[in-house]
Design a protein around this ligand. Structure first.
Ligand code: PLP
Length: 402
C-alpha cells in the first residue's frame, strides 16, 4: 500500500552506440560546421535534412539550432511582421508564445478543450484577428486536423505546426507536421530524439524554404543544402533576407540520424507504456482520463489526466502525496509557473483575457513524463500509486462529483 517508486522521471535513454560512433567520426575529422565539407563529402547536417524530409514525406527540410528557433524562423519566412497578431494555443509551453514575441508579433491565445486540444469554436471566433495560426500539438494531443484545416481555409489562415511532441505521430494517414505550410520539430533531450538541443523544419514551398535557409545563416553557400529548393528559388530572397544565425552542426546531426531510423519503434515503446498507465487509471474516482479520437495516431511520451473541479488545495495534496511515493506529477494549473509548466496568463508580455471553460480545464491538468527507461512493470506501479493517492485525496476532500 505504501510502496515507493524509485525510478527517475527525467532520465532519458543513453545515446545509441551507432550514434556515438557517428559522433566520434565527426569529432575525429573536426569538420563540425555544416558547410565545412571536403571534396565528394556530404555533411551530416545535409544528410539529416534529406533523410528527415524523406521520412516525413516533405519536399524540403532545414535543420536548425532548436525547436524554438525553427518556430521563429517559420514565422519570419511566411512574412510575419512586428505588430502582427498570431493565433496560438492557450495550452502550450513557453517557447511557442516566445517564438511569436521574438519576431515582435503578438500572441492571441485560443482556448483548450477537455480533450486537451485547441478549441475550434474559440478559434473560429478569433480567426479574423490574424493571418497565421501557430498550432501547438501540446503534449501530443492532436486536434481533428480535417476540421482545423477546413476552418483555416475558410478564414484564410496559414498554419504552422509545432510538432515538438508529435514527431512520429499522425492524424489519420497524415503525418503530424504535413497539414500546415510548415512543420517544426524539436530534438531537445526531452522530446522524441535527443541531440541535447536542435530543431527541424519541413516545408514544400520553394520561396518559404529559400527564406528559411537564408534566415538560418546559410550566407551564399545555400547550394550545399540537398533538401532545399533549386538555386533559382534563392534569387529573389538572398539579398533581402537577414542572416539570423541558428544553424545545426554536424555533431548533432550525426547523433540524430541513427535515432531517426528507430523512431517508429521508440514511438511504439512510449505508447506501450501509455496504455499500461491509461488502462490502470480507468476506474479511479475523481480522475478524468483524456478521450482520444480513433484517427489520432499519437505518440505518448507523456501522460495527462484531469482532476476536474477539484480545489487547488486538493490538487496540491495529490501531487505532494504522489511525490512522497516517488511519482513526479506536474500541475499545469498552478498560479505561478513551476519548472516547465506555465499558463497563458503567466506570459504577461502578451495580452490575454480570461477564458472560463479553458481555465477550468487548465486548472485540472496533471502531467507526467513517461521515460523509456521505465519498464512496463514500472508503469504499473506508477499508475497504482497515482490511483491510490487520487482516490484517497478525493475521499478526504469530501468532494462527491464523479
Ligand atoms: C520543447 C518545446 C518547444 C521548443 O523546443 P526547443 O527545442 O526546446 O526550443 C516548442 N514547443 C513545445 C510544445 C515544446 O515542448
Amino acid at each position: 500500500m505504501t510502496d515507493i517508486f524509485r525510478g527517475n522521471f527525467t532520465q532519458q535513454e543513453p545515446i545509441p552506440d551507432e550514434a556515438i560512433a557517428a559522433a566520434l567520426t565527426v569529432l575525429k575529422h573536426g569538420r563540425l560546421h555544416r558547410y565545412n565539407e571536403v571534396d565528394g563529402e556530404v555533411a551530416e547536417s545535409a544528410l539529416l535534412e534529406l533523410e528527415f524530409a524523406a521520412q516525413m514525406g516533405s519536399r524540403y527540410c532545414l535543420a536548425v539550432a532548436s525547436g524554438g528557433y525553427a518556430l521563429a524562423t517559420a514565422l519570419r519566412s511566411v512574412g510575419v511582421k512586428p505588430g502582427d497578431k498570431v493565433l496560438t494555443n492557450a495550452f502550450t509551453l513557453a517557447p511557442v508564445p516566445g517564438a511569436i514575441a521574438s519576431v515582435g508579433a503578438v500572441p492571441v491565445f485560443v482556448g483548450v478543450t477537455d480533450g486537451l486540444v485547441i478549441d475550434l469554436e474559440d478559434l473560429a471566433s478569433k480567426a479574423g484577428q490574424a493571418d497565421v495560426l501557430m498550432l501547438s500539438h501540446m503534449r501530443g494531443h492532436i486536434v481533428d486536423m480535417d476540421a482545423l484545416m477546413q476552418l483555416a481555409q475558410a478564414h484564410n489562415l496559414l498554419v504552422i505546426e509545432d510538432c515538438a511532441h508529435t514527431m512520429g505521430a499522425k492524424w489519420g494517414d497524415t503525418r503530424s507536421g504535413r497539414s500546415g505550410v510548415i512543420g517544426c520539430y524539436s530534438c531537445q533531450t526531452y522530446k522524441h530524439v535527443n541531440s541535447g538541443e536542435g530543431g527541424l523544419l519541413i516545408c514544400d514551398d520553394d520561396e518559404i524554404m529559400a527564406r528559411a535557409i537564408m534566415l538560418s545563416g546559410s550566407y551564399m553557400i545555400y547550394a550545399k543544402h540537398r533538401a532545399g529548393p533549386p538555386p533559382e528559388a534563392f534569387e529573389a530572397v538572398r539579398l533581402v533576407t537577414p542572416n539570423i544565425s541558428g544553424r545545426m552542426d554536424n555533431l548533432r546531426a550525426a547523433i540524430l540520424r541513427p535515432q531517426l531510423r528507430r523512431l517508429d519503434s521508440q514511438c511504439q515503446a512510449w505508447n506501450d507504456r501509455y496504455h499500461v498507465v491509461d488502462s490502470a487509471l480507468g476506474q479511479v474516482a475523481g480522475l478524468t482520463r483524456v478521450q482520444r479520437p480513433q484517427q489520432e495516431k499519437f505518440v505518448a511520451s507523456s501522460y495527462q489526466f484531469l482532476l476536474l473541479d477539484w480545489s487547488g488545495d486538493a490538487i496540491r495534496d495529490v501531487v505532494a502525496r504522489c511525490l512522497a511515493r516517488g511519482v513526479e506529477l506536474k500541475w499545469f494549473g498552478a498560479v505561478e509557473p513551476v519548472g516547465f509548466t506555465s499558463r497563458y496568463d503567466s506570459w504577461t508580455y502578451a495580452p490575454s483575457s480570461p477564458m472560463p471553460s479553458s481555465d477550468r480545464v487548465l486548472h485540472s491538468i496533471i502531467d507526467m513524463r513517461l521515460p523509456l527507461m521505465f519498464s512496463l512493470e514500472d508503469c504499473v506501479m506508477v499508475a497504482r500509486i497515482i490511483g491510490e493517492e487520487v482516490a484517497l485525496a478525493f475521499a478526504a476532500s469530501g468532494q462527491n462529483q464523479a
